[in-house]
Design a protein around this ligand. Structure first.
Ligand SMILES: Cc1cc2nc3c(=O)[nH]c(=O)nc-3n(C[C@H](O)[C@H](O)[C@H](O)COP(=O)(O)OP(=O)(O)OC[C@H]3O[C@@H](n4cnc5c(N)ncnc54)[C@H](O)[C@@H]3O)c2cc1C
Ligand code: SF4
Length: 510
């Protein structure tokens, strides 16, 4: 049967069983289409990275004897949507079967289901052979429970895949979680190894985007592109991480610094999310490095493995358990717009200026910057979760909705009311000052809550807590804060609330 098989831009799994053999009657199709470049405004590096990786993947398949049709964004016969291109290909080439790999995003899943119903030839779907859980596995595990607990899911995964396990079903090192040994600030004068760079020149793709009228933002990094484009690049990045960064990964996992943008983080999320790397191969390499190398203690290996084996799979499970309703959740009823400085980095708040500035420069910020700087400010400033989602989905090289949305709407904005997180991740300047050197040299004073140069995080934090007293007082990790707040003198509380209102009303001047 003459078969057409679709490969999406985030399905670049070099080891997929589809590619084990060549077949004369199978043609693969890959496409750069405007529906994908424009569903949200993207950072230029994100589109460049995906197109570059897709083109390299198509080349790899062709070199290995597969038939590939590749639509570039400006090809004359490109109808600019998956459905329209596929219908035309089937009609013009008389394909009698259509097959596709299950997409990870609800939007694309729906699009391909609708297309399949429209076609008059048989359609088959296949797994991407990437994830370690099925779409519905997390939901099944937590059937009948009000909230989902990552820690129990993670233990289940450790046992299921026998990762970092000691004899008799016990966790390696005697504990499941070594987070308490992590979370240090970067010591003064400490210099992490440099981020591993690639030096590609993608001016041509950037020019193409420009010529096709694709709206992007951020530094296109043309001339010196720093993200991996192939599986072998991704393996190089993984090896560099294990050798140079993993030994201190956990220790400085939560640290933030004015001068270093990726510290000891792996920067593997792009390679993982477009499937150039398999999560289990990354985990196994890290596990082996721990057993073979005394520099990599259990706290580092466990801390890293938890992110991929635990959080990454867990987020995907939450997404599929709750879509499409999850995309409309707004527990606090927040309604404000994202401040203009999220698009420019131009603000006197040094932490935001640095976290946003590096995101515009590199299409990257690490987890704590996303959660405790940009996400924290967005929720304290009562931003509509749609605005926040759109920004995160556009700006990061690794942003795909199945992982972006639970992290943003769920974990960071608490818009799901606690399905995913046990409490909102909000803080005053105290946490930021403890974990970074951002506050030194900032226009604002982290110790002040009211007055001209008072740090906005402080009054906004207390005002948020005041508004949501009922929720916080029921949370055993936060009720002491409500008690502290209520103990404060009424005039003092009033001036904090007025300060917060002033800042909210003048957010673009901060
Ligand atoms: C508001 C917000 C939005 C986010 N949006 C995305 C997103 O769009 N895409 C994305 O891949 N991650 C997202 N994350 C999770 C995390 O910030 C990134 O995975 C991480 O920063 C990627 O950098 P890294 O590869 O250097 O990670 P490392 O710190 O080196 O961690 C290793 C790997 O663990 C995985 N991981 C770590 N934390 C998480 C997590 N919370 N959820 C899922 N996987 C995780 C990633 O695959 C990552 O590559 C978001 C987090 C927050 C708070
Ligand atoms: S003082 Fe406030 S605004 Fe400035 S860096 Fe610290 S936390 Fe951020």
């Amino acid at each position: 049967m003459k078969t057409l098989r679709l490969i999406l831009g985030d399905q670049l799994n070099y080891n997929h069983s589809w590619f084990k053999q060549t077949h004369d009657d199978v043609t693969y199709v890959m496409m750069e289409v405007k529906t994908e470049t424009s569903y949200v405004k993207h950072h230029a590096q994100k589109i460049i990275g995906i197109f570059a990786a897709m083109r390299a993947f198509a080349g790899y398949l062709q070199d290995n004897g597969h038939r590939v049709i590749y639509f570039k964004l400006d090809d004359a016969n490109n109808r600019q949507s998956f459905a329209e291109n596929i219908k035309a290909l089937i009609r013009d080439n008389e394909f009698d079967k259509f097959e596709y790999l299950l997409p990870d995003e609800y939007r694309v899943d729906q699009h391909l289901k609708e297309l399949s119903e429209d076609l008059s030839i048989p359609v088959h779907t296949y797994d991407t052979e990437h994830f370690l859980t099925d779409r519905g596995e997390v939901q099944e595990l937590f059937q009948g429970k009000k909230s989902y607990l990552m820690e129990s899911f993670y233990r289940y995964m450790r046992k299921k895949h026998q990762i970092l396990m000691a004899p008799a079903g016990k966790p390696e090192g005697g504990k499941w979680n070594f987070d308490k040994s992590n979370r240090n600030k970067l010591p003064k004068g400490h210099r992490p190894p440099r981020p591993y760079q690639f030096h590609y020149d993608y001016k041509e793709i950037y020019k193409l985007l420009d010529e096709c009228g694709t709206e992007t933002f951020g530094n296109p990094s043309a001339g010196d592109f720093q993200w991996p484009a192939t599986r072998s690049d991704s393996l190089e990045l993984l090896d560099y991480f294990i050798k140079n960064l993993l030994p201190l990964f956990g220790v400085y996992q939560d640290a933030m610094d004015n001068d270093f943008w990726s510290l000891y983080h792996s920067r593997l999320s792009f390679s993982l999310n477009v499937k150039m790397l398999h999560p289990l191969e990354v985990i196994r390499k890290v596990e082996a490095a721990h057993y073979q190398n005394s520099d990599i203690d259990i706290a580092q290996a466990e801390g890293f493995i938890r992110q991929i084996l635990g959080w990454r799979e867990f987020m995907r499970g939450i997404y599929w358990a709750h879509m499409p309703g999850y995309a409309g959740q707004n527990y606090f009823g927040h309604y404000r717009k994202l401040p203009e400085f999220y698009w420019t980095g131009k603000t006197n708040m040094n932490c935001l200026s640095k976290a946003i500035g590096q995101s515009l420069e590199h299409a990257y910020a690490h987890h704590i910057q996303r959660l405790m700087i940009t996400g924290n400010f967005a929720v304290l400033n009562e931003t509509h979760p749609d605005e926040v989602d759109r920004w995160y989905l556009g700006i990061y090289i690794d942003a795909f909705e199945w992982v972006e949305m639970p992290n943003t709407r769920g974990m960071s904005q608490f818009a799901d009311g606690g399905t995913l997180a046990t409490k909102p991740y909000v803080s005053s300047a105290n946490y930021i000052n403890k974990m970074s050197n951002y506050c030194k040299g900032c226009y604002y004073n982290p110790k002040k809550t009211t007055g001209e140069d008072a740090c906005p995080f402080n009054s906004l934090f207390w005002s948020f807590l005041d508004k949501n007293r009922e929720l916080f007082s029921k949370n055993r990790r936060m009720n002491f804060l409500v008690k502290n707040w209520e103990k404060r003198d009424a005039t003092d509380r009033q001036s904090v609330l007025e300060q917060a209102e002033y800042y909210k009303g003048n957010v673009d001047q901060l």
